[in-house]
Design a protein around this ligand. Structure first.
Ligand code: AHM
Ligand code: MG
Length: 337
């Protein structure tokens, strides 16, 4: 077995700290905090199905806490992990309307990073034992260090991300992240609670055979999207492609990175900006996919070049294998003219 595969996430983070110019270890500590919170959330997600059984048997579980919605729980765990350790100066979460200013009692927070997080994406899937995930995105603040963070520290274009990643709580739990030097994936060994480097230098194939879209909304799609779907289904060359849609963004993207494919959440006549959030979902996934060699677009321009105007902004999303995304863009733009 390759020696690399014995490397833990903790060792990897320390070993790659020098990748950052002027690194003070702050980003490494931040990713370490996310790693720890992920393990706690993973534990809770894994026993979600047992809660009712233990409760019904008059077990010792604290009913109030265990019945708490897991997405709220995950939100609290990540926020606590990042604030208690005084590792960031601000956090924005898909779960909360406003961003959180992180300041110590002496108001002397000198940290320079803000984190945007979707603590438990696809949480409605938990009831049916389908994988869910956490998505995170990290930026350097633009306002002066030491002062309370402002909205402009969070609404930055995606190309300014310094790191991004996701955790997929699946048949095995994985943490996948990038700091702009490629994408690496780590698998949790639950017996000892340690993430090991299992997928070094992940690369998304340039071509794929999987398309992922909620076709239930077909009648509400634009002509361009409909034409692209027709293309995917045609009996020609290496087509028809296979349709795979879990409805859990992290799992759909993770599979497509590994196997090649395109993920689409387009605008519909009912949702003109699609459903997914630019800052919490699309930008971090776009950073990972581009770092893995793929593309991410809103249908017309690169996701990471979009200048956000609000924290919870939605955006249409086309992401995955380079050639597949380019083909989808061809159909989209063709039908516009
Ligand atoms: P959420 O943030 O409320 O969980 O919604 C995001 C999820 C994604 O995981 C998934 O890709 C998408 O919503 C599915 O939406 P739809 O059911 O409209 O296809
Ligand atoms: Mg979400």
């Amino acid at each position: 077995m390759d020696k690399l595969q014995y490397q833990t996430l903790g060792e990897f983070i320390i070993g790659n700290q020098d990748d950052f110019l002027y690194s003070s270890g702050e980003l490494s500590r931040l990713i370490n905090s996310i790693r720890l919170a992920a393990k706690t959330v993973n534990h809770k997600v894994n026993k979600a199905g047992l809660v009712d059984i233990v409760g019904a048997a008059g077990g010792i579980n604290n009913h109030g806490e265990d019945q708490q919605k897991l997405d709220v729980y995950a939100d609290q765990i990540f926020i606590k992990a990042l604030t208690n350790r005084q590792i960031v100066c601000g956090i924005a979460s898909e779960e909360n309307d406003d961003f959180i200013v992180v300041q110590g009692s002496d108001k002397s927070n000198q940290n320079k990073y803000v984190v945007l997080i979707d603590p438990l994406d696809g949480s409605s899937n938990i009831d049916v034992n389908v994988s869910v995930g956490t998505i995170f995105s990290i930026y350097t603040r633009v306002t002066p260090t030491g002062s309370p963070v402002q909205i402009e520290d969070f609404i930055q274009p995606g190309h300014r991300q310094v790191a991004a990643g996701y955790i997929v709580y699946g048949t095995s739990t994985m943490l996948v992240y990038t700091t702009g030097n490629g994408v690496n994936g780590f698998t949790l060994n639950p017996a000892i609670g340690t993430f090991y480097l299992s997928h070094p230098n992940m690369e998304i194939p340039a071509d794929g055979h999987i398309y992922s879209i909620n076709e239930g909304y077909y009648n509400h799609f634009s002509e361009g999207v409909k034409e692209y779907l027709k293309y995917c289904q045609e009996d020609e060359d290496d087509r028809p492609y296979t349709a795979r849609y879990i409805g859990s963004l992290v799992s759909d993207i993770h599979r497509n990175i590994l196997k090649g494919g395109i993920y689409i959440y387009p605008q519909t006549s009912k949702s003109p900006n699609g459903k997914l959030r630019l800052l919490y979902e699309c930008n971090p996934m776009a950073f990972l996919i581009e770092q893995a060699g793929g593309l991410a677009s809103d249908g017309h321009k690169r996701i990471m070049d979009i200048v956000p105007t609000e924290l919870h902004q939605r955006i249409p999303f086309f992401a995955g294998s380079k050639n597949m995304v380019e083909k989808a863009m061809y159909f989209l733009n063709k039908s516009v003219h």
